[in-house]
Design a protein around this ligand. Structure first.
Ligand code: PAP
Length: 330
């Protein structure tokens, strides 16, 4: 399977009033992380208006297929990495790990499109043009996936991360992408995140929904943590191959294919590529997402460089309490 994209036309969102926008204007709203971009609550989750509009559109227009492979993540938990690893695992017989491998010339986010984030026109129309099995991604919570997606036979890989690292990563990302609303201190984003007020938050509800589904339907939902990929990436890559029904053969294991996948998708390798250092996407509202912003540090525990022990303890306590009894912990 391969779905290497050609250049698509990129536009920002249409400014005109739509029924979607009218509906969104009736929902609870509160101050967001960016000036002029409130957070809107839809069924217990918080979104920026444009994001929610795209989610509602996706719920209407996206047509799931039984053989879809869906990569679901809470933002800043390793989406870019998971996309690279999965693309490489499932296309390993098609591309060698050097030379013409698409990851060397294409950002992960272009190789694996999101269902609900359309920097080009009509995401659902574009996704319809992809050959099966499609490799697609989402930040949507399980309960907001387009109708038919979670009940279909499609396979979902969910990736999350220590919330302290997710928060720091999100804060740094926010400051890079929206310098006009940059927050020098972590205090404000910290208290918003800890109260559940972040894009796609609350963090714990997002994780719990996929966690419970992974326990109920282990053949369809694989639950991963960033820290586990960091500590034993080959084991996770092997698990991914099995989960997709294309396990490494004995020969592949002997020749170190898992190690090759890990090497190609490593932070050092991807962050150093020209395609990931230059260029980006204009998302309107004077915001520009550069390709390089997805490769910041790629470490476990960077929170300790930005968060006091007291803050860390507080967030740990909140998350522990929210996850109590679920079997999930960080
Ligand atoms: P997204 O959800 O907005 O797409 P996502 O890719 O999840 O972003 O977040 C980027 C994080 O993944 C960054 O973490 P940091 O801010 O703590 O550094 C980024 O460095 C990390 N990341 C990106 N690629 C890799 C990789 N190949 N290996 C490990 N971490 C990576």
């Amino acid at each position: 399977m391969a779905q290497v994209p050609s250049k698509r036309e990129e536009t920002s969102c249409p400014p005109e009033k739509t029924p979607c926008k009218d509906f969104i204007s009736t929902l609870p709203a509160r101050e967001g992380w960016s000036q002029g971009q409130p957070l809107i609550q839809y069924k217990k989750y918080w979104f920026r208006p444009r994001m929610l509009e795209q989610i509602l559109q996706a719920q209407d227009a996206f047509k799931p297929r039984a053989d879809d492979i869906l990569l679901a993540t809470f933002p800043k938990c390793g989406t870019t990495w998971l996309k690279a690893l999965t693309f490489t695992v499932i296309n390993r017989s098609r591309y060698s790990f050097s030379g013409d491998h698409p990851l060397l010339t294409c950002h992960s986010h272009r190789l694996v499109p999101f269902i609900e984030i359309a920097h080009h026109r009509a995401a659902a129309d574009f996704l319809e043009t992809l050959p099966s099995p499609r490799l697609i991604a989402t930040h949507m919570p399980m309960s907001l996936l387009p109708p038919g997606t979670s009940s279909s036979a499609c396979r979902i890989v969910y990736l999350c991360r220590d919330p302290k690292d997710a928060l720091v990563s999100m804060w740094k990302f926010h400051n890079s992408v929206d310098p006009g609303s940059a927050m020098d201190q972590l205090d404000k984003p910290f208290s918003m995140f800890a109260d559940g007020f972040s894009m796609y938050g609350p963090f714990w509800d997002h994780c719990l929904e996929y966690w419970r589904e992974s326990l109920a339907r282990p053949n369809n939902v694989l639950f991963l943590k960033y820290e586990d990929i960091k500590s034993d990436p080959v084991q996770v890559v092997t698990k991914l191959a099995e989960f997709f029904g294309v396990p490494f053969t004995e020969e592949e294991e002997k020749s170190g294919v898992g190690e090759e996948v890990v090497r190609l998708c490593s932070f050092e390798m991807l962050a150093g590529l020209q395609v990931n250092q230059v260029g980006g996407v204009d998302i309107g509202h004077k915001k520009y997402i550069s390709n390089s912003v997805f490769f910041r540090k790629g470490e476990v525990g960077d929170w300790a460089n930005h968060m006091s022990e007291e803050m860390a303890e507080k967030l740990d306590c909140i998350v522990q309490e929210k996850l109590k009894g679920s079997g999930l912990s960080f």
